[in-house]
Design a protein around this ligand. Structure first.
Ligand SMILES: N[C@H](CCC[C@H](N)C(=O)O)C(=O)O
Length: 272
């Protein structure tokens, strides 16, 4: 089976995108994992598939991590998805796009090289939980920004063994069975943070994580008082921005902005 795809990157978090609005494609997790494989496939952190949701009469974005498992939202992926979708919808040039995701409706706006998306209202954060790691007790903050995240504040993100500690936090029994992505956050200034993320379903550090950047900025507001918008430096060296309004003890009108770039298009043969 030949797959026509577009490869894109959202600040270094990279994706394979496929237009399946005609519904002809049925990919198994092992086929998705092969497409995302960096040695035997195209190579990506995840895959985004455009579908038609007849019931809602809207386009739906399905997101799969590189292990082939589906997740409810991918923030950088949604920004790339909007950039991918726009030329496929004649007459929509420049207008905001609205599409469905597993975490609700997303509205995307195009700002030059960048794309800004509305993020779902996060479930209320669970702050200052003590967990036990092989290095002893650690204070973590849990928040769900479309997918679950554990946020840890550190003095220097460069000195963290993200693969080792990130993996341990991702699999903590306290958050089983769904687990969580692990974000390590360094406050760099009154409205700036640096974030490194170990991603669930990629099972490793990615160069950026949109829902993780959002989780980190919201918790930095709650726990450290950083105001909106927060500028976030990610592992690739690029920066993203997160804006929000308070609503009671939570948030509303959360948005995530950053680069979303096409890298190449191609086709790949996938075994049936
Ligand atoms: N790995 C995440 C989903 C993708 C998150 C990330 N790529 C983003 O940009 O939000 C999870 O399974 O919870």
């Amino acid at each position: 089976m030949k797959i026509q795809f577009t490869k894109m990157t959202g600040a270094g978090n990279d994706f394979v995108l496929v237009d399946n609005r005609d519904g002809r494609l049925r990919l198994r997790p092992d086929q998705i994992a092969r497409l995302c494989d960096r040695h035997f496939g195209i190579g990506a952190d995840g895959m985004l598939v455009a579908e038609t949701d007849a019931k809602e009469d809207r386009i739906r974005m399905r997101y799969y991590n590189s292990d082939g498992g589906e997740a409810s939202l991918c923030g950088n992926g949604a920004r790339c998805f909007a950039r991918f979708l726009q030329p496929l919808l004649p007459g929509s040039e420049g207008d905001p796009l609205i599409f469905l995701t597993g975490a609700g409706i997303v509205k995307a706006s195009f700002l030059g090289e960048e794309v800004s998306i509305s993020m779902p209202d996060p479930e209320s954060a669970r702050l200052r939980r003590l967990v036990t790691t092989r290095h002893g007790p650690l204070e973590v903050h849990w928040i769900h920004t479309g997918v679950p995240h554990l946020v840890v504040f550190v003095r220097d993100v460069e000195r963290i063994d993200v693969e080792e500690l990130g993996r341990e936090l991702r699999w903590l029994p306290d958050f089983a069975p769904e687990g969580a992505n692990a974000d390590f956050v360094e406050v760099k200034g009154p409205d700036r943070i640096a974030v490194r993320t170990y991603e669930r379903g990629v099972e490793g550090e990615t160069l950026a994580c949109g829902t993780g950047v959002t989780a980190s900025a919201l918790v930095a507001h709650l726990a450290k008082g950083l105001p909106s918008p927060v500028s976030v430096l990610v592992r690739s060296g690029e920066s993203l921005r997160v804006g929000f309004e308070r609503a009671g003890d939570g948030f509303r009108r959360v948005w995530l902005q950053g680069p979303a770039t096409k890298v190449f298009t191609g086709e790949m043969e996938v075994s049936e």
